[in-house]
Ligand binder design. Structure first.
Ligand code: GLN
Length: 491
């Protein structure tokens, strides 16, 4: 059996239920691991040890009373984009460096009701803008598999914490790939639910029509359990779906008999890493062996435009969402200027990092009079086309499978001078957000880095809106036929 810190959350829950371990012990083990590793990995921005131990004691009492759920007493890391009552929430930005929210995000509130133990807040790219974690105002997170590399982003700290065995699972957010891509680069499972499935209340907004909250975990079953805990209607998010949440744990079956799987041709592009291409193809062949019917000829012709559409829509929404950071009500405030306007300008000049400023400028330009029709409106039209192509593909297929990212984890600093190269890291994840679909990343193998390190590769499974059960079924059957998820970095 794995050491305690590498157990899947559901395995830890079994031990708790059998009273072979207590939540306080799990929590202490997690903090020991954090103390041993996080000075170098830098997955956490804030630790909440005292509160965590109090939550662990409460969880142990609940377990003793026979009143425990599957996540009661399990230690979790929360991406610092989610508001946590009384606990500093920076969103990876100087402008919120000392912001203490007066309320919990809906997803956090749900986990607390489930009896979670919150270890702390996880590092991230500033305002979730980035694919490497290097845009954090507080310094980058390192990849536990190879400390010369990034763990992916923007949920960089969430991914590294779970991959390195510091947290049993984490919450992240995904606007263009920020859960799936770091999960892929860090060798863990990452789920982006259907848009509308998880309330965005208390999620610091980036691109409101794209943002979704989801889990990063060490097993598909864990992702299903966390999904069930955080999904569901919330009237405080106007886009929250009113549909019932399916019991996805019931969809976890060991084979794929009768499942129709489509492989979009456009997701195997020239220039992608050969090892990624081959590993993903081998995974798909294996799914055929598990009983699925594979159609290698699916086409989503507008895939090429998705990145351009995203880099109009997401910055446009961000430029509006970030207008609130003016130093007046909360967050960092410059107040030595000669006028209110100067104070606001300086607050934003000193408070935001370069990438955030780039997005605000892109968005402001795309929305400005005279350019709106050419950029924003056009992008919205192409967005509809992309969604229709997915709809058509799902007429004859239950799920689509593809790579998560064209490469494995890249080196720190490798793409920081070239925003376009950084943006390309998300070409395969962005279309899923554009169309509002659910997508999951699961480990499907490794490649060798040039320095000999083993670098995880992820398989992406995509389903139609609100069909998370098919997503989980495909992911679980593949996972169980392999032991990729049982492999952990040597630390
Ligand atoms: N990397 C993409 C971006 O920088 C996606 C980020 C995300 O999903 N939050 O916008």
């Amino acid at each position: 059996m794995d050491p305690l810190h590498y157990l899947a959350a559901h395995e830890a829950a079994d031990l708790l239920a059998r009273r072979e371990v207590s939540s306080v012990e799990l929590t202490r083990a997690a903090f020991d691991r954090v103390r041993a590793l996080d000075d170098s990995l830098h997955a956490f921005l804030t630790l909440t040890e005292e509160e965590a131990l109090a939550q662990a004691e409460a969880a142990d009492e609940r377990i003793a009373r026979g009143d425990a759920g599957p996540l009661t007493g399990i230690p979790v890391a929360i991406k610092d984009v989610l508001c946590t009552k009384g606990v500093r929430t920076t969103c990876g930005s100087r402008i919120l460096e000392s912001f203490i929210p007066p309320y919990d995000a809906f997803a956090v509130q749900r986990l607390k009701e489930a009896g979670c133990v919150m270890l702390g807040k996880a590092n991230m790219d500033e305002f979730a803008m980035g694919s490497s974690g290097e845009n954090s105002a507080f310094g980058p997170t390192l990849n536990p598999w190879d400390k010369e590399r990034v763990p992916g982003g923007s949920s960089s700290g969430s991914a590294a914490a779970v991959s390195a065995g510091m947290a049993f699972y984490a919450l992240g957010s995904d606007t263009g790939g920020s859960i799936r891509q770091p999960a892929s680069h860090s060798g863990i499972v990452g789920l982006k639910p259907t848009y509308g499935r998880v309330s965005r209340y208390g999620l610091i907004a980036f691109g409101s029509s794209l943002d979704q909250i989801g889990p990063l975990t060490r097993s598909v079953r864990d992702a299903a359990l966390v999904f069930q805990a955080v999904a569901g209607h919330d009237e405080r998010d106007s886009t929250s779906a009113t549909l019932d949440v399916p019991t996805v744990t019931e969809a976890l079956a060991p084979d794929l008999k009768g499942m129709r799987i489509g492989v979009p041709k456009e997701y195997f592009v020239e220039g992608m890493d050969e090892q990624v291409r081959q590993t993903v193809r081998a995974a798909i062949d294996q799914m055929a062996g598990l009983g699925a019917e594979i159609d290698w000829e699916v086409s989503l012709p507008s895939t090429d435009h998705a990145l351009a559409v995203y880099y109009i829509i997401a910055p446009s929404e961000a430029s509006a969402n970030l207008a609130r950071y003016d130093g007046v009500k909360y967050g960092y405030s410059y107040n030595e200027g000669a006028s209110m306007w100067e104070n606001m300008e300086k607050t934003r000049e000193f408070g935001f990092g370069d990438e955030v400023k780039r997005r605000i400028m892109l968005g402001t330009y795309a929305l400005s009079a005279g350019y709106y029709d050419a950029y924003y409106l056009k992008a919205q039209k192409v967005r509809t086309l992309i969604r229709r192509e997915f709809d058509a593909a799902f007429q004859d297929h239950d799920v689509l499978v593809a790579p998560v990212s064209p490469t494995t984890a890249f080196r720190l600093g490798e793409k920081t001078d070239d925003p376009l190269q950084m943006y390309l890291s998300d070409v395969f994840t962005i279309p899923v957000n554009i169309a509002g679909l659910p997508g999951i990343s699961i480990p499907c193998g490794f490649s060798r880095g040039d320095n000999g390190s083993r670098l995880p590769i992820g398989l992406q499974i995509i389903a139609k809106p609100f069909d998370e059960p098919s997503l989980f079924r495909a992911a679980y059957a593949y996972e169980q036929a392999n032991d990729w998820h049982k492999q952990h970095p040597e630390l």
